[in-house]
Design a protein around this ligand. Sequence first.
Ligand SMILES: [Zn+2]
Length: 157
Amino acid sequence: MNDKMKKIKISPIRKGTVIDHIRGGQSLKVLKILGLTDVEIKDVVSIAMNVDSSVGKKDIVKVENKEISSDELDKISLISPETTINIIRDYEVIKKERVKLPERGKGIVRCRNRNCITNQKEPVEPEFKVISSKPVNIKCVYCEREMREEEITENLL
Ligand SMILES: [Zn+2]
């Protein structure tokens, strides 16, 4: 076993979530999605950035006492589709799954077209369809404006 094959060790957590295979450099955005950029956080949060992996650089985020909502999972899948979620109970991984790009999403990404009905004072929630996954590309269902990865990241709600 060479050095690269060794498992990454971040302090274990009893209960929480390990978010692995985040695209290198995207972990801070994941923290933001999870609302963990507050100064009030009391739970343990560990971050490893730009760790070597078989598919290039990756980030890892470990969060104690956190369950990720389906909206949060959808947002993470949009900015880092290869991410895996590991649910920890009593220091063991009890569930491991890859995030899945939704076919559509409502209320999670703002349309970047300022004239779109979803950006007016109408009670219309932004909604998109995923039109490609590599790279991620989505399209507003109202005005058909397309958004690519960086635009999605900038417009996450
Ligand atoms: Zn739109």
